[in-house]
Design a protein around this ligand. Structure first.
Ligand SMILES: Cc1ncc(COP(=O)(O)O)c(C=O)c1O
Length: 446
């Protein structure tokens, strides 16, 4: 046995005891109860790159809107893999599809027709303004595809030699070099320069700034190929787009043959109570992207566009895994279940219930909380700017109450539960977050 294996074996015998007063029960659901080996965070940290600041729990099982850690502690999951587990955990329809498809055919090359890919593309085209789909594996990859498509359109249809794409400050589009450049947040770009050329930024929801930038960039010769935005900025702090702003952008794009790209990675697939986030704004994009919730947690990404800008030809773009039978079959199941279980209505009703409850907390704790904002089941509880508490403090305290939440920047606590969350579970979350707030306030003697 090698030294490395010996060290790994001995580290495995340490079990992971999270800090904090986690008092919630249902121990029989834990991994240890399932008979799996004790998890070692030390070994994990030795082996896995430290790209995440992780919370000190290890999740090992999920059912519906609940997950369990390796100590058997139960948490109400209002993170859902960050707006990804559309149908929660272990949904019977997903379990059945995954089981069937893995036994049938899970992967083949895109050198052949893939019927499951065609079926998912057809569903998406039927249920959106798009005419064509391309499949990949993540949100960043879908956005990369959108950037390539917009650049090719600018080169081949408009004769633009150096196309520019305008994105918004505080946006988030992914971590690849092109999408991190598109992301209008310097903290994600630091130390990764040289960044990609061809991007310019404007403040979000500010039409005067956008009009001025387009006029400036196109002053001598047209350069602006696309405007790429989120219908609601998720990572940037749960900031909903303004309908009048987006409608004016649509006009500008139509007038100048600029492509409007909507990044629907976080807000698409029903999260806002409409199937696509842009439906809340009364506009249609030329191109949009989806990922996260599209297959409920099985990796997938999709780039969708109208026929008029579907300029990719064989050889222009590709992906080994993208659009394989497994991911697409699961994606189709999630899409069909979303409609069959009437989840868009549930998102609207539960979202309203959640916002009303959170607004009550804002009234109750005005020195700590400023406002609630969001659509459907993507909501942010915004902290007062001057208070010495960060969103992560509330997230940690909520974890102690058996509730998983996620920050959206330092001042916003984000609530993105599965779309089939029940009224009772929303009520439990409100109780949990109130207890967390009380704990944080007591600790800080506010
Ligand atoms: C709006 C938006 N776009 C793109 C991404 C990147 O997606 P992925 O992590 O799947 O690459 C995210 C991820 O949070 C996102 O919220």
């Amino acid at each position: 046995m090698s030294l490395k294996t010996l060290v790994q074996k001995s580290l495995k015998s340490f079990s992971f005891a999270p800090t904090g007063a986690l008092s919630h029960g249902a121990a029989s659901h834990g991994a240890a109860a399932n008979g799996s080996a004790a998890f070692s965070p030390a070994q994990f940290d030795a082996d896995v790159m430290t790209t995440y600041g992780r919370f000190p729990i290890a999740l090992t099982k999920g059912r519906g809107c609940f997950v369990w850690d390796d100590q058997g502690r139960r948490y109400l999951d209002f993170v859902a893999g960050i707006a990804t587990c559309t149908l929660g955990h272990a949904h019977p329809a997903m379990v059945e599809t995954v089981t069937q498809q893995i036994q049938t055919l899970h992967h083949v090359s895109n050198l052949y027709y893939v019927p499951e890919q065609g079926a998912l593309a057809h569903w998406l085209v039927e249920h959106s303004c798009a005419d064509r789909a391309f499949f990949c594996n993540s949100g960043a990859e879908a956005n990369e595809g959108a950037i390539k498509l917009a650049r090719k359109y600018a080169h081949t249809r408009r004769g633009i030699a150096n196309p520019l794409i305008i994105t918004a400050q505080a946006s988030f589009h992914g971590r690849t070099l092109a999408t991190v450049t598109a992301t209008g947040q310097p903290k994600y770009q630091k130390n990764f320069d040289p960044l990609m050329p061809g991007f310019a930024y404007v403040p979000y929801n500010d039409i005067a700034a956008l009009e001025a930038l387009v006029a400036e960039l196109d002053a001598e010769t047209p350069q602006v190929a696309a405007i790429m935005l989120e219908a609601l900025q998720g990572e940037g702090g749960v900031c909903p787009g303004d309908a009048a702003y987006f409608q004016r952008i649509r006009q500008i794009c139509d007038e100048k043959d600029i492509l409007l790209i909507l990044d629907e990675v976080q807000v698409g697939m029903g999260r806002t109570g409409s199937l696509w986030g842009f439906e809340n704004l009364g506009i249609e994009p030329d191109i949009f992207t989806s990922a996260k919730g599209l297959a409920g947690g099985i990796p997938i990404g999709a780039l969708l566009c109208k026929a008029a800008c579907a300029v990719f030809e064989p050889g222009d773009h590709a992906s080994t895994f993208g659009g394989n039978p497994f991911a697409c079959r699961v994606g189709l199941t999630v899409c069909e279940t979303l409609l069959a279980e009437n989840l868009l209505d549930n998102v609207k009703q539960r979202g309203e219930q959640l916002r009303l409850g959170l607004q009550q907390l804002v009234r109750q704790y005005p020195t700590l909380l400023e406002q609630v904002r969001g659509w459907g089941l993507i909501n942010g509880l915004v902290l007062q700017p001057e208070v010495a508490i960060a969103s992560v403090d509330i997230v940690k305290a909520a974890m102690g109450e058996g509730l998983l939440l996620v920050p959206a920047g330092p001042r916003v606590v984000r609530f993105v539960p599965p779309l089939n969350v029940s009224a009772d579970e929303v009520q439990q979350a409100l109780v949990g977050v109130e207890k967390a707030i009380a704990t944080v306030i007591k600790r800080q003697s506010l």
